[in-house]
Design a protein around this ligand. Structure first.
Ligand code: TXA
Ligand code: MG
Length: 351
């Protein structure tokens, strides 16, 4: 199957969105941008269409998909009771990069394949105009995981993912680079407490404005033991990891951070090994490695660039990629969560 391809980049081309919406209605898959990352979408009410997403991604069937909606009417068909905290979250952060895990209605309209047979369902209302229009014009909730083959970094621009996904979808809506570059914050409300299952652009600090108690699940930065029960199935799977060995180093003390990264570089160079350093713009000229890439200056910039950079490291043929950690404050928690997985938990934190 050859994908129909729209090269509309940021411009809204309603004609093309209408065509993509037709494909959704027919039970086909569409690659589309959101404000976080690209998604591979299908009609969330069509079991067969949703099964094809799992095939296209090579995704484990026990890993549920997020349902994307464009209005609250769609939510009310899936969820019975929206708690006061959930209501406030919706008012404050939707449309936007926040996924809320709700209890499903006993007889809702979503087939079990979407939720991997759980009694909960993850819903989000994206703010990206192309995504909004696609949902609105198809008139259907759209189930969509991040656009990437399972285990690979999520796609933040079509150029990065076209080779692994072309032919697997019926229509590609190209909206240029996504704004945020990391997937949505995934949360669940338990009574008066918010649990962060996956950190993202909506930060712990922002969620604390809605609920007094906000917990970060221990698997956000910690490793999942074999057979351990997790709050979100996605936590179990290998993610974002290049084939090249990566290591993350972090210290709040900038001079310690720079000297540790340089020590590791020197040791490897003495063994005739090749190193690539990924550093923030402001520290880059202090690293002794000649092979070094700029991740960006601010946390927002780093979030936006990191998946594209991780996709490129295997082409460099180095023995080790040393990545400068960014800490856990604000958006830093989400970046650290993705990098720690890219490094297969090879993480050195220096006091
Ligand atoms: O920004 C995003 O969230 C992107 C865009 C396309 O919207 N989507 C995305 O989907 O990242 P995906 O499938 O790559 O990640 C969804 C995560 C997975 O880790 C999954 O386990 C978790 O959300 N999840 C979905 N439904 C859940 C549920 N009912 N309970 C617990 N975790 C759930
Ligand atoms: Mg994903």
């Amino acid at each position: 199957m050859i994908s129909k391809y729209s090269n509309q980049k940021e411009k809204l081309n309603i004609e093309e969105i209408n065509q993509a919406a037709e494909e959704i209605k027919k039970g086909n898959l569409v690659l589309f941008p959101t404000e976080t990352v690209y998604g591979i979408g299908a009609n969330a009410l069509d079991e067969k269409a949703v099964k094809n997403i799992f095939v296209a991604k090579g995704r484990a069937q026990d890993n549920p998909l997020i349902v994307h909606v464009s209005n609250l009417e769609m939510v009310n068909k899936i969820v019975d009771n929206i708690s006061p905290i959930e209501k406030r979250l919706i008012e404050k952060f939707w449309p936007g990069p926040l996924t809320i895990i709700f209890i499903r209605k006993s007889k809702d309209i979503i087939p079990d394949v979407v939720t991997a047979n759980l009694d909960t369902v993850g819903i989000r209302m994206p703010s990206n105009e192309i995504a909004k229009q696609l949902i609105e014009r198809s008139g259907l909730p759209i189930a969509a995981p991040s656009a990437n083959v399972s285990g690979r970094p999520s796609g933040t621009k079509v150029e990065d993912i076209i080779s692994e996904l072309d032919g697997k979808v019926s229509y590609i809506l190209d909206g240029g680079s996504t704004d945020i570059g990391l997937e949505s914050t995934v949360i669940k409300v338990n009574e008066n407490k918010i649990d962060i299952l996956r950190p993202g652009k909506i930060t712990k600090e922002q969620l604390e404005q809605v609920a007094k108690e906000v917990d970060v699940d221990k698997h956000v930065l910690g490793q999942v033991e074999k057979n351990e029960i997790v709050a979100s199935p996605g936590m179990k799977y290998r993610h974002y990891a290049p084939n090249t060995k990566c290591m993350m180093i972090y210290s709040e003390n900038k001079s310690k951070l720079i000297s540790e990264i340089n020590n590791v570089t020197k040791e490897l160079q003495e063994e005739n090994k090749k190193v690539l350093v990924l550093g923030s713009k402001n520290n880059l000229d202090k690293y002794i490695s000649k092979n070094k890439w700029n991740m960006g200056e601010t946390l927002d910039e780093i979030a936006k660039n990191i998946f594209t950079l991780l996709r490129k490291v295997d082409k460099e043929n180095v023995d080790l990629v040393v990545i400068e950690g960014v800490g856990e404050k604000g958006l830093g928690l989400a970046i650290t969560n993705r990098l720690i997985r890219a490094c297969a938990y090879n993480y050195k934190k220096i006091e």
